[in-house]
Ligand binder design. Structure first.
Ligand SMILES: O=C(O)c1ccc(O)c(O)c1
Ligand SMILES: [Mg+2]
Length: 631
């Protein structure tokens, strides 16, 4: 199936847009008229540029306010169309989009519109052109694809077809199943867009908040399944009006767009096995069975500091790499790696970001198939030279240029610790603190990157996203989005900072980019862990006494529980399924920290209600010189 994207979807001038679109693997491009008008080259030059980039123009659009007009406006509209047909000839494209009229002059009436379109079809046919009619969700008389189809059906002309746009159908809650009765050859192009569910005026929503399929909340897959059932085999074309995308990096947005289409068609193919769809077959979405390890890059001094923090948390040094300056700390099922190599990616990560958790290992069923799926979805393969006692661990690039490694139980990958590490005894080990596994990994990024990473994770792994929540930092909002799987073996929290004054924003600024800002470990007994880590010398983050007064007022907790929470600076939350306890370490380095959590019953959240108080406490704990100044 051919892929296409409208020039409105990304930023830049026409050349920059086309280059980004071609580089991302699209076959075609919809030329939005204004992008052409604002460009200073002739239509023939543009046609040549498009062809030289290996693209074709799938559509020229939009032609507005055409159908149902009284005279003399009707004749003028046909004249206008003829001039645009001239232009299309020079641009070397054969398809024009006419969107349903919003003109107060339009008279309405299915037959009147059909007659106008038939006549336009006659004129188009003389030049070997085609016209597709699209119902805008806010069209004056036609705002539903079912009505647009009835008009096209009655126009009954081989050069007139319908254009379907997922936004217009789904934003109005129209059942996409109704598409299944349209003959596939009468659908001239399919435009795709998703959007977050926001209750607002349709036109404003459409022009500012559309996003890539899979990034929003609309059932775009159901829409596309219905389209596939018609036998439609033309291009699928992204038409994304989004304020943020218009100012983003054209390469990144175009790459996200291409990924969204590959992912969408993969879902459609899986959901409609009986329909022959011409798309690449990918290995299935990947089940992650746990975070196998987290790797830090550091220099020797900072590695000492980090090791001390880990020992206070109850970790012990259990392995030393056979040939590299790499140490392994363990507790429960948790593996923390500290890499102080002076070459390779770890070292460049250290030079760029300082001490940072730059790599994540995930346990999967088939590491090779995982990388195959990820790269088919546009992820960047990562490999570096491996020494004689080293395994080549399948890996891709993740957030902030970091790495995601994949381990499985097949073959040598399942024995990586034995193969690459020698077992050591830790003379400086402190008491075990009962930490069992990684509960979640929190990644901090600029707000504009969030959709990219949501799509990245969702398209590769079996994970769902929960609604985005706003977390209040004393200096601004941070958007938080959870990506998790059903069994809870992969839980990621993505925090998007809009202001560099927030704790998250400062972290990005100080560490030069997005990365893992905190790791949360799970315990089965928070107070046991709190006592053990305290005895080990860990400094917990101090929480304001006002928080505990409010906790009592809100939840009426038993007196002794409240006293213990207060004594150990443990935060508390509960939902209908269970309870949640959170204990934070003091800051480690440039805004990095550890969290310890206990979940009881089926508590599924992350203590979002507590985040503002935790953040305020972390800001109080910053050295004075590092306090944000009032802008
Ligand atoms: O917002 C608009 O005007 C507009 C124009 C053309 C389209 O294809 C569309 O979906 C919306
Ligand atoms: Mg459209």
């Amino acid at each position: 199936m051919k892929t296409s994207i409208a020039t409105v979807s990304i930023s830049g001038d026409l050349r920059e847009k086309l280059e980004a679109i071609a580089a991302s693997g699209f076959d075609g491009v919809e030329i939005f008229e204004n992008d052409f008008l604002a460009y200073d080259r002739s239509p023939r030059d543009v046609a040549r540029m498009v062809a030289d980039l290996g693209l074709s123009i799938t559509l020229f659009q939009p032609f507005r306010d055409f159908e149902g007009l009284p005279e003399p406006q009707r004749s003028q509209a046909f004249e206008r169309a003829e001039r645009k047909f001239d232009l299309m000839g020079d641009l070397c494209t054969d398809l024009m989009l006419v969107c349903s009229s919003v003109s107060p002059l339009a008279l309405g009436g299915v037959d009147r519109a059909a007659t106008d379109l038939r006549e336009l079809g006659e004129r188009a046919a003389k030049r070997n052109l085609r016209v597709g009619y699209e119902a805008l969700a806010w069209g004056r008389h036609v705002n539903d694809h079912r009505d647009a189809w009835e008009i096209v059906r009655r126009a009954d002309h081989c050069s007139i077809g319908i254009i379907l746009d997922s936004f217009h159908t789904l934003s109005r809650g129209i059942d996409p199943e109704s598409i299944r009765k349209i003959p596939g050859d009468k659908i001239f192009i399919v435009q795709l867009a998703d959007a977050p569910k926001i209750d607002m005026d349709l036109l404003y929503w459409s022009r500012h908040f559309r996003n890539m399929p899979g990034e929003g909340d609309l059932p775009v897959t159901d829409f596309m399944r219905a389209v596939a059932a018609t036998g439609y085999n033309g291009p699928i074309s992204l038409e994304i009006f989004n304020d943020q995308f218009r100012s983003g990096s054209p390469r990144t947005i175009a790459a996200d767009g291409h990924r969204s289409l590959v992912y969408l068609m993969d879902q459609v193919r899986n959901a409609e096995p009986d329909i022959a769809i011409d798309v690449q077959i990918l290995p299935p979405r990947v089940d992650v069975h746990g975070v196998a390890f987290v790797e830090f890059a550091a220099d020797e001094d900072e590695a000492q500091t980090l090791s001390r923090h880990l020992r206070q948390l109850g970790f012990r040094l259990t392995g030393r790499h056979r040939s590299k300056a790499v140490e392994r700390f363990t507790q429960g099922n948790i593996n923390i790696i500290i890499n102080t190599e002076r070459e390779g990616l770890a070292h460049s990560a250290y030079l760029t970001h300082g001490t940072s958790a730059y790599a994540l290992g995930m346990m999967v069923d088939d590491a090779t198939a995982t990388v195959e799926r990820a790269t088919a979805l546009g992820a960047q393969l990562f490999s570096q030279r491996v020494g004689p006692d080293q395994l080549s661990i399948p890996a891709i690039r993740g957030i902030g240029g970091g790495i995601i490694y994949f381990l499985d139980e097949k073959g040598p990958l399942g024995r990586v610790w034995d193969i690459e590490f020698e077992t050591v005894d830790d003379p400086r080990a402190l008491a075990d603190a009962g930490l069992r596994r990684v509960d979640h990994v929190a990644q901090t990024m600029n707000y504009e990157e969030m959709l990219t990473w949501i799509l990245f994770y969702r398209s590769i792994f079996v994970v769902e996203k929960s609604p985005m929540v706003d977390v209040v930092d004393p200096s601004g909002l941070v958007r938080s989005q959870v990506i998790e799987n059903e069994p809870g073996t992969l839980r990621l929290t993505l925090n998007g900072a809009e202001s560099h004054q927030t704790l998250a924003g400062r972290f990005i600024a100080e560490t030069f980019g997005s990365s893992i800002q905190h790791l949360a470990f799970a315990t089965d007994d928070i107070f046991h862990t709190a006592e053990a880590t305290r005895r080990n010398g860990m400094k917990a983050l101090e929480i304001s006494p006002n928080y505990y007064d409010d906790l009592q007022a809100r939840l009426g907790l038993p007196h002794d529980l409240l006293a213990r929470l207060r004594e150990f600076s443990v935060l508390y939350d509960r939902d209908e399924n269970g309870e949640f306890y959170q204990l934070y370490s003091a800051n480690v380095g440039e805004g990095f920290f550890f969290e310890i959590v206990q979940r009881t019953g089926g508590y599924r959240g992350y203590g979002a209600v507590n985040a503002p108080f935790r953040i305020a406490a972390q800001k109080r704990a910053l050295p004075l010189s590092a306090m944000p100044t009032e802008a």
